[in-house]
Write a protein that binds this ligand. Structure first.
Ligand code: BG6
Length: 481
């Protein structure tokens, strides 16, 4: 067996974004309204609101994004200058099927992505495409209740087939649903909406609804894997989960079991997508609830036969849990409310734990459990940047964060022997934050002049990290200082 000396020669260095967070042009080219179009701006202190349709006088930051729709040639030129080998973005479902339930696609939307992918390929930048990244058609939410409805499987497959066929000679790497496992936190309306188009109804057992909706999405994902391979057997189609290692706060066995239970609640999605079956604990749990979920024998066969080719995942932070006396044995996962502080780790300005070693832990854990190549499709530091009078942006904090994570990623590859396809840091160009709707939570190597209320020239500037990352790519991850 070959020993890994470093990253593979064809390692996919690049950056990641999502259509709704940067394209803007929300009403152009025949685009329909997506769920991102009805989400207001928020902050760490005040949550983004989901309005009942687009309301007059309300500021919706995704409507203009950073105007990538019109400026992508300039932006891709800058990415090519950094040496990108790949560029991860998503297709806005609403540009192709504005309402989601049409039978024929919108040609203008298809043309836009033809042009975008051609522009990438002009620089030998490989497009890496997510089919559904927090931007499903709003009509599917209001008319069908989002992924509550089995009908969405066919709508999604119609969309997937259209883009697989259209771009079969331009795109090789695909992912189905972005961070499908965020909805494990069904106590929070935001992940339910962005993952599955679910708006909680009064008196609804939302836990049951989440499991049902996620099941339909997983079946749609497996059927998309099958379709992708039928259309082009060179396609590589991956899952995409948010990986957050869950540590017990102490060595108390009660903390350890709680950490394990919470991990299970977050990662069963990957068990289904990569291993092709529901984990035992979940079959047992669902049976005990008497929920009578619509999960057919045919669905289970589809899941078993169509597992993903690779594991796409985001990694930003780890979390820590501590058991409270008398807690239920199932330790229901409640997102942020479940977590305890980790005194060993510093935090970002937005309160996210900074834990580079957690990335190596996550990669080992994924490798042990799923035996598939990995692709880190998001990682990065959201921070406030300052533009100096000379137009420079000094962001050593971002360089430190990324360097420390690349070092751990390298240990996972070289020392632990993990097969890693690539690395695409999140928000390689500043964009709208998905969690808060802010512009000031910046991740980019490229600065964009725009603020939290939509003001600014939209001018692009190279940060110090731009030149640092250029060296990292050029040296295939050898030169990190
Ligand atoms: C992931 C998403 O959750 O994290 C991205 O896939 C998102 O869409 C990124 O932007 C960073 O989160 P935030 O809330 O800082 O934008």
């Amino acid at each position: 067996m070959k020993e890994n000396a470093g990253f593979r020669d064809d390692f996919l260095w690049g950056g990641a974004v999502a259509a709704h967070q940067l394209e803007g042009a929300w009403r152009e080219g025949g685009k329909g309204v997506s769920i991102a179009d009805v989400m207001t701006a928020g902050s760490n202190e005040s949550k983004r609101q989901i309005t009942d349709g687009v309301q007059p006088g309300v500021y919706y930051p995704n409507h203009e994004g950073i105007d990538f729709y019109h400026r992508y040639p300039e932006d891709l030129k800058l990415m090519a200058e950094m040496g990108f080998k790949c560029f991860r973005t998503s297709i806005a479902w609403t540009r192709i099927f504005p309402n989601g339930d049409e039978t024929s696609p919108n040609e203008e939307g298809l043309k836009f992505y033809d042009q975008l992918f051609d522009e990438c390929l002009k620089y030998q930048i490989e497009p890496v495409i997510t089919l559904s990244h927090f931007e499903m058609p709003y009509n599917l939410v209001t008319k069908y209740g989002g992924w509550r409805s089995r009908k969405l499987i066919d709508f999604f497959l119609n969309y997937a087939q259209t883009v697989f066929e259209r771009y079969q000679n331009k795109v090789k790497y695909w992912m189905t649903f972005n961070e499908i496992n965020n909805q494990a936190n069904y106590y929070d309306p935001l992940p339910l909406l962005v993952d599955s188009g679910l708006i909680v109804q009064p008196d609804e057992n939302i836990e049951r609804t989440m499991y049902q909706a996620a099941h339909y999405e997983l079946v749609a994902s497996a059927k998309a894997v099958k379709l992708a391979h039928q259309i082009n057997d060179d396609f590589k189609i991956g899952s995409m989960v948010a990986v957050t290692p869950i540590y017990p706060q102490t060595s108390k066995p009660a903390d350890v079991i709680k950490a394990e239970k919470i991990s299970q609640a977050r990662y069963w999605f990957e068990d289904v997508q990569a291993n092709g079956e529901y984990p035992w604990w979940l079959k047992n749990y669902q049976a005990k609830q008497n929920w009578n979920l619509d999960i057919t024998k045919e669905d289970l066969e589809v899941l078993a036969e169509n597992t993903v080719d690779y594991l796409g995942f985001s990694y930003y932070k780890s979390r820590c849990v501590s058991a409270n006396p008398g807690e239920a044995p199932q330790y229901r996962y409640q997102g942020i409310k479940s977590f305890a502080p980790n005194q060993h780790l510093p935090k970002t300005e937005w309160g996210w734990e900074i834990d580079p070693e957690g990335l190596r832990i996550a990669m080992n854990w994924l490798a042990d459990r799923y035996h598939k190549p990995q692709f880190i499709v998001e990682n990065g530091l959201g921070a406030v940047d300052q533009v100096e009078p000379d137009g420079k942006i000094h962001d050593p904090y971002r360089i430190d964060y990324l360097k420390a994570h690349i070092e751990q990623m390298k240990l996972a590859v070289v020392e632990d022997g993990i097969d890693l396809l690539g690395y695409t840091p999140w928000g390689c160009i500043d964009l709208i934050s998905a969690g808060t709707g802010e512009m000031s939570k910046r991740y980019g190597f490229i600065y964009v002049d725009r603020d939290d209320v939509g003001k600014g020239s939209l001018k692009r500037l190279r940060k110090d990290s731009f030149f640092w990352y250029q060296q990292v790519i050029k040296s295939n991850g050898e030169k990190l200082d």
